[in-house]
Design a protein around this ligand. Structure first.
Ligand code: ATP
Ligand code: MG
Length: 345
């Protein structure tokens, strides 16, 4: 077992088990040096009485491995259940949500062939701090919490990311013309810390026009850093206009742990049909391999996956007459990626 990095995996709900199976098969075939420890999370755990969707013993596995590859889960409808994602982010201190989006033109259809950007979203504060009150019978309040240390950490992360990946600009998006104290703090931290990175161009946009421009001309952006709620919204917009929500992965990064997941949900409408696109979770796993120091295997998987798409072997969600050559289910797509390992697009 020496040399294998222990990781935690969770198969999740809906299409989760299908895409996790596919991803683990590809990781194994590519020679990833990992030792997966499986935990149960999600619907069945929620329903057994754990309102966070995860059992206490699973936390130990997560803390010990510090690396979590997570399939999507279904949060049961109704009150009383807490978001597992929010619990994991806060408990493990995963302060940065990193979502790279690159169009796969000409292999996958998109109206924005030159998208190549990363959204870096603050992941612990803002309206997600979970501080809500009932003021009166008819009024509720949700507190927006923005701290200097929290803002400094995410802004620095964004600039370091830009430097590490050879990006030339970072755009800050907030609404500091209205929320002068909270968003204002984040923006001034952006300017202060940005001054330490003279090699990187700094841009600032108010979130409303910023997201409109992002949706219209996404090719004008390289790195966007923003608050939790704004980041949630704009990262879905960008993924959707870049192709399909089935394509992209994301990383939730902290000082001592990191969680990797597909950006989409558990897709109950297609669960069990064998047609889900495993690419989102696979790309999350590629980010995980880079994180644990296996960049060569990560590149081998990414290239094999791109070569598969280039050959027109497409799952239903990205299938397009005239562009795609073969419509395949999850199992055949997985097989094709494995056969394409070692090839470059
Ligand atoms: P959640 O609340 O869990 O985020 P959601 O309502 O946002 O869920 P998703 O589960 O992300 O919804 O699915 C949105 C749509 O995209 C659905 O029609 C689903 O079938 C489709 N979809 C999501 N992921 C995939 C995938 N990996 N392959 C194919 N289609 C997908
Ligand atoms: Mg969703």
């Amino acid at each position: 077992m020496s040399g294998k990095t222990p990781i935690t995996v969770a198969h999740g709900d809906g299409i989760g088990p299908e895409i996790m199976e596919s991803t683990l098969q590809i990781l194994t075939a590519a020679g990833a040096e990992i030792a997966p420890h499986r935990i149960d999370i999600g619907e069945s755990v929620y329903k057994s009485g754990f309102t966070s969707g995860i059992k206490p013993e699973a936390w130990n596995t997560l803390r010990e491995t510090g690396v979590f590859l997570k399939a999507p889960i279904t949060t049961p409808q109704g009150g009383g259940y807490k978001s597992l994602n929010v619990s994991v982010r806060k408990t493990l201190g995963l302060f940065a949500n990193v979502r790279p989006c690159k169009a796969l033109h000409p292999y996958v259809n998109t109206r924005h062939p030159n998208i190549d950007l990363v959204i870096i979203r603050e992941n612990e504060e803002d309206l997600y701090a979970g501080i809500e009150y009932r003021q009166t019978g008819e009024a509720y309040e949700c507190l927006k919490v923005i701290s200097r240390p929290g803002s400094e950490r995410i802004v620095r992360y964004a600039f370091e990311y830009a430097r590490a990946y050879g990006k030339k600009e970072v755009t800050c998006m907030v609404k500091d013309n209205i929320m002068k104290m909270t968003d204002g703090l984040f923006h001034s931290v952006f300017q202060e810390i940005g001054a330490e990175y003279p090699d990187i161009q700094k841009k600032s946009q108010i979130i409303d026009i910023g997201s409109a421009l992002l949706a219209d001309r996404p090719e004008n952006y390289e790195v966007v850093v923003t608050l939790n709620l704004y980041g949630d919204i704009i990262s879905d917009i960008v993924a959707q206009i870049a192709g399909s929500v089935g394509l992209f992965g994301s990383a939730n990064v902290g000082m001592n742990a990191a969680m990797f997941e597909a950006i989409h949900g558990s897709a109950p409408d297609i669960a069990g049909k064998g047609i889900a696109n495993p690419s989102g979770l696979l790309n999350a796993a590629v980010m995980m391999l880079v994180h644990i120091g296996q960049p060569k295997i990560a590149a081998k998987i990414r290239n094999g996956w791109l070569a598969t798409l280039e050959d027109g072997i497409h799952t239903d969600d990205i299938y397009k007459e005239g562009l795609s050559k073969q419509k395949v289910g999850t199992a055949d797509f997985t097989k094709a990626v494995i056969e394409h390992l070692g090839r470059t697009p």
